[in-house]
Design a protein. Structure first.
Length: 300
């Protein structure tokens, strides 16, 4: 079972990551969303409309056990991850849009994540596997505390905000790596016996998110820079938050280790697939000359 050390590590990890995210929230980002809302709206619809649906489809297509299916849907319903901002930068996307979407999806997740889980995961909930929705909501609300602290630091000192963002990124990566390695070592047999379909679904969820974000952007007539951003923001979920929610909410469940399998595999592979996709976008859309659809609007 996940011990006290791991639980403290998860709380610290999420706190540090969200602190760094808060330190990136600038008023210019919010003003851009207000003046050009279309890319933002498309991105949020992809995040909370398509990703939980894709996760539900994968869970049913592969006929996963209830614990794995539930954790898959929880990953799909999780808000966007902060690493999407970094990959958006590498892909020469709209970083301001990416940050705005990450922050907004995190706030909206307080309502949207429990609703998505209740709607899509109903068939997997049983007497043996109950979803503590109140714990999920409380965890998501508490996440806003470090975000607010980071935003306050930025308001009063941009220099310290930059330092905070960089430090939180390094510490967050170290904590994530340490917790994943520890979990792998202690659950080696469980990982070795994991069906290959779980690994395939973990890879496919991210790729399907990238593709659906790209397609929706194309249909909405967004320009290349915005489309790259929406695509990356859709496919990259805040898996550390998912792992923390599962661990803290299902701490007493006998199926906790099984539930952690999918988000752990997703967290590992999304780093690789995001890098490949970001590099592809960087070279395919050099100078943003290549549009996603004929007549796409360049004024966004």
């Amino acid at each position: 079972m996940i011990g006290l050390v791991e639980q403290i590590g998860l709380v610290l990890m999420v706190f540090v990551i969200m602190l760094g995210m808060g330190a990136t929230i600038e008023m210019s980002h919010l003003r851009k969303v207000v003046t050009t809302p279309k890319p933002f709206v498309v991105g949020i619809l992809c995040q909370f409309g398509l990703m939980p649906l894709i996760a539900f489809g994968l869970a049913n297509a592969f006929d996963f056990p209830a614990a794995i299916a539930l954790s898959l849907i929880m990953v799909g319903a999780t808000p966007g991850g902060t690493t999407s901002n970094l990959y958006t930068y590498y892909a020469k996307g709209d970083v301001a849009l990416s940050v705005s979407m990450t922050v907004a999806s995190t706030v909206m997740a307080i309502v949207m994540m429990p609703l998505a889980i209740a709607f899509y995961a109903g068939q997997y909930i049983s007497a043996e596997l109950q979803v503590p929705f109140s714990n999920i909501v409380v965890t998501l609300i508490l996440v806003m505390v470090p975000v607010s602290i980071g935003a306050l630091v930025l308001r009063y000192s941009q220099r310290w905000a930059v330092r905070l963002e960089k430090a939180s990124g390094v510490v967050g990566i170290v904590l994530i790596a340490a917790l994943i390695v520890k979990f792998l070592i202690e659950n080696t047999q469980l990982f070795l016996s994991t069906p290959k379909t779980v690994i395939f679904a973990a890879i496919l969820l991210g790729l399907a998110g990238f593709a659906s974000g790209y397609l929706c952007s194309m249909l909405a007539g967004l320009n290349a820079k915005n489309a790259k951003t929406v695509s990356l923001e859709t496919g990259i979920q805040n898996t550390p938050l998912t792992i923390a929610i599962i661990t803290l909410s299902f701490a007493s469940s006998a199926q906790l280790e099984e539930m952690l399998l999918f988000p752990t595999f997703y967290a590992f592979f999304i780093v690789i697939t995001s890098g490949v996709v970001a590099l592809g976008y960087r070279w395919l859309f050099r100078g943003d000359r290549l549009l996603l659809a004929a007549g796409a609007q360049q004024d966004l």
